[in-house]
Design a protein around this ligand. Sequence first.
Ligand SMILES: C[S@@+](CC[C@H](N)C(=O)[O-])C[C@H]1O[C@@H](n2cnc3c(N)ncnc32)[C@H](O)[C@@H]1O
Length: 230
Amino acid sequence: MDFSGFDTRNYKTLPVADGYAAWSHTYDETVRDLLDLPLLEQIHCVDWSSCERAADLACGTGRTGAWLVQQGVKRIDGIDLTPEMIELARRKEVYDGLHVCDVADTPLESAAYDLCIMVLADEHLKDLTPLYRETARLTRPGGLFVIVGYHPHFMLMGIPPHFHPESGEPLAITSYLHFTSDHVQAAHAAGWSLLEMHEHLIDETCIAAKPKWEKYLNHPISFAMVWRKA
Ligand SMILES: C[S@@+](CC[C@H](N)C(=O)[O-])C[C@H]1O[C@@H](n2cnc3c(N)ncnc32)[C@H](O)[C@@H]1O
């Protein structure tokens, strides 16, 4: 669903590649770790260190790739739509290969990956079906897909993914609203089964880092799902 009908901020909105090109310089200094790392650390059905090969979709600046290497994942390929984000990922030296492309249509090898992962990007996809289909193509039988996303609850409260440039007004990036059932339907159609799901609520740690979030205490800000391919 198009997000614009829910938008309460009405920030100027940039297309994905333009938005992340503009945000790339300051992206790693912002507080994204608060949204994804607490969820990744709760996941118990993934034995990260036994994962030989992973594909990090919408890898951005390589934050997730760096985390995967720390967990013992051996080899990682990354893809992202935004060249400026990929260039920063390249500098982290954690990826075997990096490609500028769409998550729906990657040049990566079929059935070659133990794990696909995509963190904080599904809200930029108009349709989830091609994502789940492409991850099913890349993953070996019995392999896993971990998806971490910005919670639809925050989108419904009218708050789009946005950033504060060094000067000027905040800028939003084109976004779509996906309900949990949209994920389930797209994943099932591609042959995925749900193994695990978590939701992360705004807690005191988030508020210490972002005091403006105090009014959102206990609201869900992000989610994680782990899917297994039959
Ligand atoms: C919020 S960032 C997340 C980056 C990284 N996964 C992380 O957690 O730090 C969203 C990323 O998704 C990428 N992206 C959005 N839509 C995409 C698409 N259709 N195909 C590939 N990458 C996409 C953007 O370029 C951006 O780098």
